[in-house]
Design a protein around this ligand. Structure first.
Ligand SMILES: *Cc1c(COP(=O)(O)O)cnc(C)c1O
Length: 509
């Protein structure tokens, strides 16, 4: 503790202009504007003497860019880049986010000039290879989900939800069922689910999760009512408590009987891929986060991609374009060939670079490899759970799927909350788990180790988690309210940061 206070003091006492210094190879970094000095300049051009400007009136005056040299700029951005914690730095157990390793083979494939340099306006005859990649990806996704209609264009999971719910709305309208305006959503849902339903013009109705952390047929029936006004249901399976919805088959049957469609949030497909196919448990539409399940980079690392997979019945309504094969050639089908489509969601074909990466991942794993992905993801989460369940409160008994849920119930009695535990993890060099989500219980901690972590890596994390729990149990709790102390930024006032963020730098402020 004494040593920690000393460190804090040293950093604070450094004058702002000295902030370039490093502390144990941990660089502080101020804004470029704070670095600038009037005797620095990025470019040295001699003053024109008496020569008229050739650009005349359009000569550019000062545009207020900071006066810094190239090495200063390079160091500035490289240092900032080291502040961005990523999966390539270390363990990233953020539940629901599937922060797994992104194999470099994917990157190599996406950088092949024939893929990296194509332009979306090129004639189709010159991009047959690229179209084939998309066609193959559509087929892999259709096979893995058992949902034959695939549209690759959505740019992220939430965008896929929008595409999927718009497809459902379009189908209801086509059947003269446009009066159905209610979408059922469990209380454990990801926030994007109700948001998507509302953006599509629907009203949401909550299905209550039972004390087992799952949906029950009774709770579903109660929310369904007579079903006349129900457009559909949005459910994540496995759900956000990391549990498989064991009654999903029957729930889907009842929903279909009432005339509704089943939207499955596929963000947790990591736990099922290669083992079971969502089409088999009654799903009508599902989005896939290529950037979660199929290892394309995300979280500051790259654009996402959220293709949707739909049943044969719904396929005509989904967005365009889709890649079709005519004999030996591939081509993009638009409105003229798919008259019932809801239309286009965005320019061009989606995040093509992510399509290449996802297909590279699938092909390099193969059917057996993908099966092992979900098996190992579930094994790792259950191993982690088994190592922590005697020192943290586990709200739902039994095994979990690819992520495990704990709460701060035991630690809270000594005044240490989930937030404090998350900050203690930062202090010990770990990215925290997902905190306070799902909202079904107070103080939740959702931990997803993913299948790409070794037993050693999980064991090290377990040591830290257990040592936190032991300190709290011993009553050594004061430090938890000050953590983290050795990071460049210390304990934030989170409310102030959320409500009154300072987004603009002003000189001398
Ligand atoms: C990540 C996630 C989403 C949203 O996906 P994005 O690609 O971030 O838009 C939706 N639902 C669940 C359950 C998720 O985990």
């Amino acid at each position: 503790m004494i040593a920690e206070q000393k460190i804090e003091k040293t950093i604070i006492n450094i004058a702002p202009q000295m902030n370039d210094g490093n502390h144990g190879l941990h660089y502080e970094e101020n804004l470029l504007w704070e670095k600038e000095r009037c005797d620095h300049s990025g470019v040295d051009l001699p003053k024109p003497d008496g020569t008229a400007l050739r650009t005349g009136q359009s000569a550019r005056g000062s545009i207020g860019l900071p006066q810094v040299s190239e090495p200063q700029v390079v160091r500035h951005f490289v240092r900032l880049s080291t502040w961005n914690y990523s999966i390539d730095h270390g363990f990233f157990p953020l539940g629901s986010c599937t922060m797994k390793h992104n194999p470099r083979l994917n990157e190599k494939m996406a950088r092949l000039p024939g893929f990296a340099h194509v332009h979306p306006l090129q004639p189709e005859s010159t991009v047959q290879g690229a179209l084939r990649v998309m066609y193959e990806l559509q087929n892999w996704l259709a096979e893995l989900t058992r949902l034959p209609g695939v549209c690759l264009t959505p740019a992220a999971g939430a965008h896929g939800e929008l595409a999927g719910m718009m497809t459902i709305r379009r189908a209801h309208e086509a059947k003269g069922q446009g009066h159905r305006k209610i979408v059922l959503v469990p209380d454990s849902a990801h926030g994007t689910n109700p948001a998507t339903a509302v953006i599509c013009g629907y009203t949401t109705k909550t299905i209550k999760t039972s004390e087992t952390g799952r949906l029950t047929i009774d709770a579903f029936k109660e929310a369904l009512g007579n079903g006349d006004d129900i457009a559909g249901m949005m459910v994540t399976n496995p759900n956000t408590c990391g549990l498989f919805e064991s009654d999903i088959h029957e729930i889907a049957r009842l929903l279909h009987e009432a005339g509704g469609y089943f939207y499955c949030d596929g963000a947790n497909f990591n736990a099922l891929v290669g083992k079971i196919r969502p089409g088999d448990f009654g799903v009508d539409v599902m989005h896939i986060n290529l950037h979660k399940t199929f290892s394309t980079p995300h979280g500051g690392g790259g654009p996402g991609s959220g293709p949707i997979c739909v049943t044969e019945e719904l396929a005509p309504y989904m967005p365009v374009p889709v890649v079709v094969k005519n004999e030996d050639t591939f081509h993009l089908a638009y409105e003229d060939e798919r008259p019932e489509t809801l239309g286009r969601l965005r320019g061009f074909v989606g995040q093509f670079g992510m399509h290449v990466r996802a297909l590279a991942y699938m092909m390099s794993h193969g059917a057996d490899g993908l099966k092992q992905v979900s098996e190992d993801a579930v094994l790792n989460a259950n191993y982690l759970l088994s190592q922590l369940k005697d020192v943290y409160h586990v709200p739902y008994k039994g095994t979990c799927m690819h992520e495990c849920l704990l709460t701060d119930k035991i630690q809270k009695e000594k005044g240490v909350s989930t937030l404090d535990i998350a900050k203690a993890l930062c202090e010990h060099g770990y990215h925290p788990m997902t905190t306070y989500f799902p909202l079904v219980l107070p103080g939740t901690m959702l931990i997803e180790p993913t299948e790409t972590e070794s037993k050693d890596a999980i064991d090290r994390f377990v040591i830290v988690m257990r040592s936190i729990a032991e300190d709290v149990a011993k009553g050594d709790t004061e430090k938890f309210h000050h953590y983290p102390v050795s990071t460049p930024r210390k304990r934030m006032n989170e409310v102030q940061a959320a409500r009154h963020p300072k987004l603009r730098w002003k000189e001398n402020s």
